[in-house]
Design a protein around this ligand. Structure first.
Ligand SMILES: [Zn+2]
Length: 411
Protein backbone atom coordinates (compact mmCIF):
# COMPACT_ATOMS: atom_id res chain seq x y z
CA UNK A 1 0.00 0.00 0.00
CA UNK A 2 1.62 3.23 -1.11
CA UNK A 3 -0.23 6.46 -1.71
CA UNK A 4 2.39 7.36 -4.31
CA UNK A 5 0.78 4.78 -6.64
CA UNK A 6 -2.31 6.95 -6.95
CA UNK A 7 -3.05 8.64 -10.25
CA UNK A 8 -5.09 11.74 -10.87
CA UNK A 9 -7.82 9.90 -12.79
CA UNK A 10 -8.33 7.52 -9.85
CA UNK A 11 -9.01 10.50 -7.61
CA UNK A 12 -11.39 11.99 -10.16
CA UNK A 13 -13.31 8.75 -10.33
CA UNK A 14 -13.69 8.74 -6.51
CA UNK A 15 -14.87 12.37 -6.66
CA UNK A 16 -17.46 11.38 -9.25
CA UNK A 17 -18.81 8.65 -7.00
CA UNK A 18 -18.84 11.03 -4.02
CA UNK A 19 -20.95 13.46 -6.04
CA UNK A 20 -23.31 10.70 -7.10
CA UNK A 21 -23.83 9.21 -3.63
CA UNK A 22 -23.65 12.43 -1.63
CA UNK A 23 -21.30 12.98 1.27
CA UNK A 24 -23.06 11.01 4.00
CA UNK A 25 -23.67 7.91 1.92
CA UNK A 26 -20.15 7.98 0.52
CA UNK A 27 -18.57 8.15 3.97
CA UNK A 28 -20.87 5.51 5.35
CA UNK A 29 -20.42 3.14 2.41
CA UNK A 30 -16.66 3.14 2.80
CA UNK A 31 -16.52 3.47 6.58
CA UNK A 32 -14.90 6.89 6.90
CA UNK A 33 -15.56 9.63 9.42
CA UNK A 34 -15.92 13.24 8.30
CA UNK A 35 -12.67 15.09 7.66
CA UNK A 36 -11.57 17.35 10.51
CA UNK A 37 -9.12 19.65 8.84
CA UNK A 38 -8.14 18.58 5.36
CA UNK A 39 -10.48 19.00 2.45
CA UNK A 40 -9.79 18.40 -1.19
CA UNK A 41 -11.00 21.39 -3.22
CA UNK A 42 -12.26 20.53 -6.66
CA UNK A 43 -14.51 22.44 -9.01
CA UNK A 44 -15.53 24.79 -6.21
CA UNK A 45 -16.56 21.97 -3.87
CA UNK A 46 -15.00 20.45 -0.74
CA UNK A 47 -14.38 16.73 -0.35
CA UNK A 48 -13.22 14.71 2.69
CA UNK A 49 -9.63 14.12 1.65
CA UNK A 50 -8.89 10.85 3.42
CA UNK A 51 -12.07 9.14 2.23
CA UNK A 52 -11.43 10.23 -1.36
CA UNK A 53 -7.88 8.91 -1.27
CA UNK A 54 -8.94 5.62 0.33
CA UNK A 55 -11.63 5.02 -2.28
CA UNK A 56 -9.40 6.16 -5.15
CA UNK A 57 -6.90 3.55 -4.06
CA UNK A 58 -9.23 0.75 -5.24
CA UNK A 59 -7.84 1.33 -8.72
CA UNK A 60 -4.37 0.46 -7.41
CA UNK A 61 -5.10 -2.72 -5.47
CA UNK A 62 -8.59 -3.63 -6.64
CA UNK A 63 -10.24 -2.66 -3.37
CA UNK A 64 -10.55 0.57 -1.38
CA UNK A 65 -8.40 1.20 1.67
CA UNK A 66 -10.12 1.11 5.02
CA UNK A 67 -9.83 4.16 7.24
CA UNK A 68 -7.74 2.18 9.72
CA UNK A 69 -5.22 1.18 7.06
CA UNK A 70 -3.50 4.55 6.81
CA UNK A 71 -3.03 7.93 8.41
CA UNK A 72 -4.83 11.02 7.22
CA UNK A 73 -3.47 14.52 7.43
CA UNK A 74 -0.82 16.62 5.87
CA UNK A 75 2.15 14.28 5.62
CA UNK A 76 0.21 11.53 3.89
CA UNK A 77 -3.13 12.23 2.24
CA UNK A 78 -2.73 15.96 1.62
CA UNK A 79 0.76 15.50 0.23
CA UNK A 80 -0.34 12.71 -2.12
CA UNK A 81 -3.20 14.86 -3.43
CA UNK A 82 -1.03 17.94 -3.85
CA UNK A 83 1.52 15.85 -5.73
CA UNK A 84 -1.27 15.03 -8.19
CA UNK A 85 -2.01 18.71 -8.67
CA UNK A 86 -5.04 18.98 -6.37
CA UNK A 87 -5.64 21.75 -3.89
CA UNK A 88 -6.04 20.72 -0.27
CA UNK A 89 -7.10 23.02 2.56
CA UNK A 90 -5.66 22.75 6.02
CA UNK A 91 -7.04 23.61 9.45
CA UNK A 92 -7.35 27.33 10.18
CA UNK A 93 -6.46 28.10 6.62
CA UNK A 94 -7.54 31.60 5.80
CA UNK A 95 -7.19 34.38 8.32
CA UNK A 96 -7.96 37.87 7.08
CA UNK A 97 -6.87 37.05 3.59
CA UNK A 98 -3.61 35.53 4.80
CA UNK A 99 -3.12 31.83 5.04
CA UNK A 100 -0.99 29.74 7.31
CA UNK A 101 0.60 28.59 4.09
CA UNK A 102 1.77 32.11 3.29
CA UNK A 103 3.12 32.58 6.81
CA UNK A 104 5.08 29.33 6.62
CA UNK A 105 6.33 30.34 3.22
CA UNK A 106 7.64 33.60 4.67
CA UNK A 107 9.17 31.85 7.67
CA UNK A 108 10.99 29.38 5.46
CA UNK A 109 12.35 32.01 3.08
CA UNK A 110 13.98 34.40 5.53
CA UNK A 111 16.95 36.03 3.88
CA UNK A 112 19.58 35.27 6.48
CA UNK A 113 23.11 36.55 5.89
CA UNK A 114 26.22 34.41 6.11
CA UNK A 115 27.55 34.10 9.64
CA UNK A 116 31.09 34.82 10.78
CA UNK A 117 31.07 31.13 11.65
CA UNK A 118 32.00 29.28 8.45
CA UNK A 119 29.14 27.41 6.80
CA UNK A 120 26.47 28.93 9.08
CA UNK A 121 23.80 31.60 8.60
CA UNK A 122 23.14 34.40 11.03
CA UNK A 123 20.36 33.70 13.50
CA UNK A 124 19.18 37.24 14.18
CA UNK A 125 15.82 36.97 12.41
CA UNK A 126 14.82 33.50 13.66
CA UNK A 127 15.72 34.49 17.22
CA UNK A 128 13.74 37.72 16.91
CA UNK A 129 10.72 35.78 15.66
CA UNK A 130 10.98 33.20 18.44
CA UNK A 131 11.09 36.01 20.99
CA UNK A 132 7.98 37.60 19.48
CA UNK A 133 6.21 34.23 19.38
CA UNK A 134 7.04 33.83 23.07
CA UNK A 135 5.43 37.18 23.78
CA UNK A 136 2.33 36.11 21.90
CA UNK A 137 2.27 32.81 23.81
CA UNK A 138 2.24 34.75 27.09
CA UNK A 139 -0.46 37.10 25.87
CA UNK A 140 1.78 40.19 25.94
CA UNK A 141 1.14 43.27 23.83
CA UNK A 142 1.94 42.90 20.17
CA UNK A 143 3.81 46.18 19.94
CA UNK A 144 6.80 46.73 22.20
CA UNK A 145 8.78 49.96 22.67
CA UNK A 146 12.26 49.72 21.21
CA UNK A 147 13.86 50.52 24.58
CA UNK A 148 12.38 47.24 25.89
CA UNK A 149 12.76 45.08 22.79
CA UNK A 150 16.34 46.03 22.04
CA UNK A 151 18.05 44.77 25.24
CA UNK A 152 15.94 41.60 25.25
CA UNK A 153 16.93 40.79 21.68
CA UNK A 154 20.57 41.63 22.28
CA UNK A 155 20.74 39.26 25.18
CA UNK A 156 19.23 36.48 23.02
CA UNK A 157 21.74 37.18 20.28
CA UNK A 158 24.57 37.05 22.79
CA UNK A 159 23.44 33.72 24.15
CA UNK A 160 22.25 31.90 21.03
CA UNK A 161 23.78 33.69 18.03
CA UNK A 162 26.99 32.56 16.43
CA UNK A 163 30.14 34.14 17.84
CA UNK A 164 31.22 37.22 15.91
CA UNK A 165 27.84 37.92 14.29
CA UNK A 166 27.19 41.12 16.21
CA UNK A 167 24.47 41.99 18.66
CA UNK A 168 22.64 44.69 16.74
CA UNK A 169 18.94 44.00 17.06
CA UNK A 170 17.97 46.79 14.64
CA UNK A 171 18.90 44.79 11.57
CA UNK A 172 16.71 41.71 12.08
CA UNK A 173 13.72 43.87 12.96
CA UNK A 174 14.15 45.97 9.82
CA UNK A 175 14.71 42.90 7.68
CA UNK A 176 11.58 41.26 9.05
CA UNK A 177 9.70 44.49 8.37
CA UNK A 178 10.73 44.48 4.72
CA UNK A 179 9.98 40.74 4.52
CA UNK A 180 6.38 41.41 5.59
CA UNK A 181 6.43 39.82 9.05
CA UNK A 182 7.15 42.82 11.28
CA UNK A 183 5.20 45.98 11.91
CA UNK A 184 6.42 49.52 12.57
CA UNK A 185 3.03 51.24 12.66
CA UNK A 186 2.80 54.81 11.52
CA UNK A 187 6.25 54.80 9.90
CA UNK A 188 6.65 55.31 6.22
CA UNK A 189 10.33 56.20 6.22
CA UNK A 190 11.68 52.83 7.37
CA UNK A 191 15.32 52.51 6.23
CA UNK A 192 17.01 49.49 4.69
CA UNK A 193 18.39 46.99 7.14
CA UNK A 194 22.04 47.91 6.92
CA UNK A 195 24.57 50.46 7.95
CA UNK A 196 24.77 52.99 10.72
CA UNK A 197 21.85 55.00 9.30
CA UNK A 198 19.50 52.13 10.13
CA UNK A 199 20.76 51.95 13.69
CA UNK A 200 20.50 55.70 14.08
CA UNK A 201 16.93 55.69 12.78
CA UNK A 202 15.85 53.12 15.35
CA UNK A 203 17.68 54.93 18.15
CA UNK A 204 16.23 58.31 17.29
CA UNK A 205 12.67 57.15 16.64
CA UNK A 206 12.41 54.55 19.40
CA UNK A 207 9.47 53.01 17.52
CA UNK A 208 6.85 50.62 18.76
CA UNK A 209 7.23 47.39 16.85
CA UNK A 210 6.16 43.77 16.78
CA UNK A 211 4.73 41.02 14.62
CA UNK A 212 2.32 42.10 11.88
CA UNK A 213 -1.16 41.98 13.32
CA UNK A 214 -2.34 39.11 11.09
CA UNK A 215 0.69 37.06 12.18
CA UNK A 216 0.15 37.99 15.81
CA UNK A 217 -3.55 37.04 15.66
CA UNK A 218 -2.81 33.77 13.93
CA UNK A 219 -0.23 32.64 16.48
CA UNK A 220 -2.17 33.97 19.47
CA UNK A 221 -5.50 32.41 18.57
CA UNK A 222 -4.04 29.12 17.38
CA UNK A 223 -1.47 27.66 19.80
CA UNK A 224 -1.04 24.65 17.50
CA UNK A 225 -0.12 26.93 14.61
CA UNK A 226 2.30 28.81 16.85
CA UNK A 227 3.96 25.60 17.97
CA UNK A 228 4.22 24.45 14.39
CA UNK A 229 6.06 27.65 13.48
CA UNK A 230 8.32 27.35 16.51
CA UNK A 231 9.30 23.81 15.50
CA UNK A 232 9.95 24.91 11.92
CA UNK A 233 12.15 27.80 13.05
CA UNK A 234 14.15 25.49 15.32
CA UNK A 235 14.47 22.93 12.59
CA UNK A 236 15.47 25.30 9.83
CA UNK A 237 17.59 27.89 11.54
CA UNK A 238 18.75 27.03 15.06
CA UNK A 239 19.53 23.35 15.23
CA UNK A 240 22.65 23.12 17.37
CA UNK A 241 21.57 24.90 20.53
CA UNK A 242 20.04 23.61 23.73
CA UNK A 243 16.42 23.86 22.66
CA UNK A 244 15.08 23.93 26.19
CA UNK A 245 17.30 26.85 27.09
CA UNK A 246 16.34 28.71 23.96
CA UNK A 247 12.61 28.09 24.45
CA UNK A 248 12.93 29.25 28.04
CA UNK A 249 14.86 32.38 27.05
CA UNK A 250 12.28 33.23 24.38
CA UNK A 251 9.39 32.72 26.86
CA UNK A 252 8.11 29.72 24.93
CA UNK A 253 8.61 27.26 27.79
CA UNK A 254 5.53 26.88 30.00
CA UNK A 255 5.35 29.38 32.81
CA UNK A 256 6.54 27.85 36.09
CA UNK A 257 3.08 27.79 37.63
CA UNK A 258 1.73 25.90 34.60
CA UNK A 259 4.06 22.96 35.21
CA UNK A 260 2.42 20.04 36.97
CA UNK A 261 3.94 18.96 40.28
CA UNK A 262 6.87 16.60 39.95
CA UNK A 263 6.85 13.03 41.13
CA UNK A 264 6.57 12.84 44.89
CA UNK A 265 4.66 16.09 45.19
CA UNK A 266 1.41 14.23 44.83
CA UNK A 267 -1.78 16.24 44.66
CA UNK A 268 -4.70 14.74 46.50
CA UNK A 269 -8.01 15.01 44.76
CA UNK A 270 -10.45 17.17 46.65
CA UNK A 271 -12.90 15.32 48.85
CA UNK A 272 -16.22 14.76 47.22
CA UNK A 273 -19.41 15.36 49.15
CA UNK A 274 -21.01 13.28 50.36
CA UNK A 275 -18.18 10.76 50.86
CA UNK A 276 -19.37 7.27 51.76
CA UNK A 277 -15.90 6.36 53.02
CA UNK A 278 -13.09 8.85 53.18
CA UNK A 279 -10.32 7.99 50.83
CA UNK A 280 -7.45 9.95 49.37
CA UNK A 281 -6.49 9.33 45.78
CA UNK A 282 -3.16 10.63 44.67
CA UNK A 283 -1.51 11.01 41.34
CA UNK A 284 2.05 9.77 41.40
CA UNK A 285 3.02 9.51 37.78
CA UNK A 286 3.46 12.96 36.39
CA UNK A 287 5.95 13.57 33.66
CA UNK A 288 7.70 16.92 33.62
CA UNK A 289 8.43 17.30 29.96
CA UNK A 290 11.00 19.40 28.21
CA UNK A 291 10.00 22.74 26.71
CA UNK A 292 10.42 21.13 23.31
CA UNK A 293 7.94 18.39 24.20
CA UNK A 294 5.49 21.11 25.23
CA UNK A 295 5.63 22.52 21.70
CA UNK A 296 5.01 19.07 20.23
CA UNK A 297 2.02 18.60 22.53
CA UNK A 298 0.64 21.97 21.45
CA UNK A 299 0.95 21.02 17.79
CA UNK A 300 -1.22 18.00 18.57
CA UNK A 301 -3.62 19.97 20.72
CA UNK A 302 -2.69 17.55 23.54
CA UNK A 303 -4.44 14.69 21.74
CA UNK A 304 -2.84 11.27 22.05
CA UNK A 305 -1.43 10.29 18.67
CA UNK A 306 -2.60 6.72 19.17
CA UNK A 307 -6.07 6.95 20.69
CA UNK A 308 -6.89 10.59 20.01
CA UNK A 309 -7.93 11.19 23.61
CA UNK A 310 -7.34 14.65 25.03
CA UNK A 311 -7.26 14.56 28.81
CA UNK A 312 -8.56 17.67 30.47
CA UNK A 313 -7.52 18.35 34.03
CA UNK A 314 -8.20 21.28 36.30
CA UNK A 315 -4.80 22.61 35.31
CA UNK A 316 -5.61 22.36 31.62
CA UNK A 317 -5.06 19.67 29.00
CA UNK A 318 -2.60 16.92 29.85
CA UNK A 319 -0.50 14.77 27.55
CA UNK A 320 3.01 13.39 27.71
CA UNK A 321 5.94 13.79 25.37
CA UNK A 322 7.26 10.31 24.57
CA UNK A 323 10.70 9.89 23.07
CA UNK A 324 10.64 7.31 20.31
CA UNK A 325 14.30 6.45 20.65
CA UNK A 326 14.96 6.91 24.37
CA UNK A 327 17.36 9.62 25.49
CA UNK A 328 19.52 7.66 27.93
CA UNK A 329 22.19 5.05 27.29
CA UNK A 330 22.32 2.66 25.55
CA UNK A 331 19.79 4.20 23.14
CA UNK A 332 21.08 7.79 23.06
CA UNK A 333 18.14 9.23 21.17
CA UNK A 334 18.16 12.95 20.41
CA UNK A 335 15.82 15.48 22.00
CA UNK A 336 14.38 16.74 18.73
CA UNK A 337 10.82 17.02 17.40
CA UNK A 338 11.12 14.02 15.07
CA UNK A 339 11.97 11.84 18.06
CA UNK A 340 8.88 12.80 20.04
CA UNK A 341 5.28 11.66 20.13
CA UNK A 342 2.39 13.22 21.99
CA UNK A 343 0.73 10.39 23.95
CA UNK A 344 -1.75 9.89 26.75
CA UNK A 345 -0.23 8.30 29.88
CA UNK A 346 -1.61 4.84 29.03
CA UNK A 347 -0.15 4.76 25.57
CA UNK A 348 3.08 6.28 26.82
CA UNK A 349 3.52 3.33 29.17
CA UNK A 350 2.67 0.80 26.45
CA UNK A 351 4.93 2.50 23.93
CA UNK A 352 7.91 2.80 26.31
CA UNK A 353 7.44 -0.79 27.35
CA UNK A 354 7.61 -1.95 23.75
CA UNK A 355 4.10 -3.40 23.77
CA UNK A 356 3.12 -0.95 21.08
CA UNK A 357 5.36 0.15 18.25
CA UNK A 358 4.88 1.85 14.86
CA UNK A 359 5.39 0.53 11.35
CA UNK A 360 6.72 2.33 8.27
CA UNK A 361 3.18 3.34 7.27
CA UNK A 362 2.91 5.05 10.68
CA UNK A 363 0.32 2.56 11.90
CA UNK A 364 0.52 1.61 15.60
CA UNK A 365 1.17 -2.12 16.00
CA UNK A 366 0.45 -4.41 18.93
CA UNK A 367 3.83 -6.13 19.27
CA UNK A 368 2.74 -9.43 20.91
CA UNK A 369 0.14 -10.17 18.22
CA UNK A 370 1.71 -8.11 15.40
CA UNK A 371 -1.77 -6.77 14.68
CA UNK A 372 -2.25 -3.18 13.50
CA UNK A 373 -4.11 -1.05 16.03
CA UNK A 374 -4.67 2.26 14.28
CA UNK A 375 -2.81 4.77 12.13
CA UNK A 376 -1.16 7.29 14.41
CA UNK A 377 -2.56 10.78 14.18
CA UNK A 378 -0.31 13.27 12.47
CA UNK A 379 -0.27 17.04 12.69
CA UNK A 380 1.13 19.69 10.43
CA UNK A 381 4.70 20.53 11.16
CA UNK A 382 5.48 17.41 13.15
CA UNK A 383 6.34 14.08 11.61
CA UNK A 384 8.04 11.23 13.45
CA UNK A 385 11.50 10.55 12.05
CA UNK A 386 11.39 7.16 10.27
CA UNK A 387 14.86 6.27 11.57
CA UNK A 388 13.76 6.60 15.18
CA UNK A 389 10.53 4.75 14.44
CA UNK A 390 12.54 1.89 12.91
CA UNK A 391 14.80 1.86 15.95
CA UNK A 392 11.87 1.61 18.34
CA UNK A 393 10.31 -1.17 16.30
CA UNK A 394 13.54 -3.11 16.14
CA UNK A 395 14.12 -2.91 19.89
CA UNK A 396 10.46 -3.68 20.69
CA UNK A 397 10.33 -6.72 18.45
CA UNK A 398 13.67 -7.95 19.71
CA UNK A 399 12.62 -7.63 23.34
CA UNK A 400 9.41 -9.47 22.46
CA UNK A 401 11.29 -12.39 20.96
CA UNK A 402 13.74 -12.57 23.85
CA UNK A 403 11.06 -12.04 26.47
CA UNK A 404 12.71 -8.96 27.93
CA UNK A 405 10.26 -7.20 30.16
CA UNK A 406 10.86 -3.62 29.21
CA UNK A 407 12.67 -1.87 26.42
CA UNK A 408 12.86 1.63 27.61
CA UNK A 409 12.79 2.89 31.13
CA UNK A 410 13.52 6.41 30.11
CA UNK A 411 10.83 8.60 28.66
ZN1 LIG B 1 -3.73 7.24 24.03
Amino acid sequence: MALSDLRREMVLSAIEEYDKLGRDAFLETYGYGPARGYFLLYDGKRYDSKAIVGVAHRDVDGWPLRAEDFSGGNATVARALRDLGFEVTRPGDIIEGHSLESLLEKILTLKTAASATPGAQKRHQPLTLLWALGGAARGYDRLVPWRDASPALESLLREFGHAGDGLHAEFPVLRLYHHGLWDLPGRNDVPRASGSAAQRWMRQNQPLSGLRSWVHDLVTDHPAVRAQIVLRLLDEYVRDVDRDELLTATRLAPEPNAIPPAQGEATPLPDGTPTPSRRTVTTNRVIRDSALAEQVKLVHNHQCQICGIRLTTRRGPYAEGAHIRPLGTPHNGPDEPGNLLCLCPNHHVLFDGGTITINDELVAIDVPTRQPITPIQLADGHTPDPRHVAYHRHVSEHSQSTGAAQVTKDC
